[in-house]
Design a binder for this molecule. Structure first.
Ligand code: OXD
Ligand code: MN
Length: 590
């Protein structure tokens, strides 16, 4: 084994840790990644030579490659994801818990000798803008060249991270090995107190690209509570109005509920002169700025987006973003070696190669692309990328939006009465499950702040932290709730969604600036008739009324089911939220 010496860093604690991990995993060689273009080319060629990546049609998709994962490794595995805090209570009832000693012992057994015959890559990376106080440094050790190439897109990777780290010992220690991809030997373990992540047995993004869900959300949320900031599953966008004023909004939607589409939205014709800029499509780190406002950075540097449903209609900016230098995972391939997925533009081709590499014929009952197939694309490809993504202090947030995928009950849009009520709206969010995680789909589950799978500590303490943040933010953003997914009795969506969500966003922004009125409803402020601009939209206003309607019977069930959710946290649950629930319930007729 080469000893893995490097000229890239003199950080002895880092070098010692890498050597310790190499001694355990016994790779054939250790390669430190510098993040250079030359390295990207070399590793890509290597991945192609091993069949890990396949070049796509280079005329249609320059610099793009296809990866097919093992068919049992296609999504996050929440049941195999553990928060390893000293006590079970610190992880809370919504997380799987393993005692740190037990987890280290179990995983050491799996990692021991696991990289024999393989290369151990050392991937230094920064989450957040370089040299920002918001940012965190991670080192991911991995045996997967696919992971290295994805990390190169998703993070600021390589030498700049080591330069920023210098000789500090404060970095996230991430250890990842694909093992034999056997789901029986798959564990995604987080050690918040050690700032460490050990992930074994999966190559899937959310399990294996450790900067994303593991560091930026699970470990990040724990650090946020300790250090007085928030790590959230939120997109960040900026809306520029015709006068040139830009207002920034952060929005939490569960996985595969349209965060990327919302973050890259193109306003409809009626909004001539309005522009939406993307800051981030998945994660926001929020801190109180010197001016007393809440400021946000996107810790990521690329998009790991859901492919199915993405097309020139639903998200033209995403289509432009993924035209070059992107990695596609588990999509289908056309005869001329282009990409395809369900919901792609144009006619369904007669023949395709499906995500498993098998021939596929039009009319097949099987999906050609996996429902959770993904593109990994550099943020710099996005034509509407905000010019502030690399700003060390981030962007100031005027509104926070919580949204779920709910066929019933939840109205199109509602503003909270105040911060605590806004936290309550976030804490009681629920959504129908999607293909982004393994398990049944379309089942309504509580997903507070879209963070259920991503809170790195007890969710009740997380709610308390949100409530406590109020005192730290002299000029807090206004908080809203949206639901683009409400359906009528025939099962049809009541609201067109996509670019037309701009109409709702405009009301939200105007509310944030105090420049439009609202109607008080039992459960929050809602737009008055006429506040949501429907001009140029072919929609029956009765549908909009139905989308915004509050059905008291449905709300009664909703409030009762929220109680069950709160109860599992016992005494740790902040009383404020339960009292708000009771007060709202008391407004309903017996
Ligand atoms: C994601 C997810 O990949 O939330 O962003 O699963
Ligand atoms: Mn996500």
């Amino acid at each position: 084994m080469s000893n893995g010496t490097t000229t890239l860093t003199k950080n002895q604690r880092l070098i010692d840790w890498v050597n310790e991990m190499a001694t355990m995993t016994t790779p054939d060689q250790v390669v430190w990644c510098d993040g250079s273009e030359e390295e990207r080319k070399r590793l890509t060629e290597y991945a192609v030579s091993k069949g890990i990546l396949t070049p796509l049609n280079q005329q249609k998709h320059p610099g793009c490659y296809l990866h097919r994962s093992s068919s049992s490794d296609v999504a996050r595995v929440e049941h195999l994801t553990f928060i390893c805090t000293p006590t079970k209570d610190e992880a809370g009832p919504t997380n799987n818990w393993m005692a740190p000693d037990e987890a280290y012992t179990k995983l050491r057994g799996l990692f021991a000798g696991s990289m024999k015959g393989r290369t151990l890559y050392v991937v230094p990376y920064v989450m957040g803008p370089l040299n920002s106080e918001h940012s965190k440094i991670g080192i991911e050790i991995t045996d997967s060249v696919y992971v290295v190439l994805n990390m190169g897109i998703m993070t600021r990777m390589g030498k700049p991270a080591l330069d920023m780290l210098a000789d500090s010992e404060t970095f996230n220690r991430g250890l990842h090995c694909t093992g034999d991809l056997n789901p029986e030997r798959r564990y995604i373990c987080h050690f918040p107190q050690d700032n460490a992540i050990w992930s074994f047995g999966s190559g899937y993004g959310g399990n294996a690209l450790l900067g994303k869900k593991c560091l930026a959300l699970r470990i990040g949320s724990y650090l946020g509570q300790k250090e007085g900031w928030l790590a959230e599953h939120m997109l960040i966008l900026g809306v520029e109005d015709p006068s040139g004023r830009t207002t920034y909004v952060a929005a939490a939607f569960p996985s595969a509920c349209g965060k990327t589409n919302f973050a890259m939205m193109i306003p409809p014709k009626r909004f001539d002169g309005w522009k939406v800029y993307t800051v981030g499509d998945d994660i926001a780190w929020l801190r109180v700025g010197e001016d007393g406002r809440l400021w946000a950075v996107n810790p990521e540097n690329g998009y790991f987006g859901v492919a199915p449903g993405t097309n020139w209609q639903s998200n033209p900016n995403a289509m432009k973003t993924l035209t070059k230098n992107s990695i596609f995972t588990n999509v289908a391939v056309t005869k001329d070696n282009g990409v395809w997925w369900e919901g792609f533009d144009g006619e369904v081709p007669d023949e395709l190669t499906d995500w498993k590499g098998n021939p596929w014929k039009k009319g097949s009952t099987e999906k050609a692309a996996h429902p959770n197939s993904r593109f990994t694309a550099p943020a710099s490809n996005n034509p509407m990328l905000s010019s502030h993504v690399n700003d060390a202090r981030g962007v100031p947030i005027s509104a926070i939006i919580f949204g779920g995928r709910r066929s019933t009950t939840i109205p199109l849009v509602m503003q909270s009465f105040n911060w605590a009520h806004g936290v309550y709206l976030g804490a009681t969010m629920a959504s129908e499950t999607t293909a982004a995680a393994t398990g049944a789909q379309g089942v309504v589950r509580r997903d507070p702040m879209a963070m259920l799978p991503f809170a790195g500590y007890n969710m009740a303490d997380y709610f308390s932290h949100w409530l406590a943040m109020q005192k730290r933010i002299p000029y807090p953003p206004k908080i809203f709730m949206v639901n683009w997914f409400r359906k009528d009795k025939a099962g049809k969506f009541l609201w067109p969604g996509y670019g037309d969500n701009m109409r709702v966003l405009k009301w939200i922004i105007d509310r944030a600036h105090g420049s439009v009125g609202a109607q008080e409803s039992l459960f929050g402020w809602v737009p008055k008739q006429g506040h949501i601009d429907l001009s140029g939209l072919d929609i029956d206003p009765a549908k909009v009324d139905e989308a915004t309607h509050i059905n008291e019977a449905e709300w009664k069930d909703e409030l009762l089911s929220q109680r069950q959710f709160f109860e599992q946290f016992g005494d740790r649950m902040p009383r404020t939220l339960e009292l708000i629930r009771q007060e709202l319930l008391s407004r309903l007729p017996e």
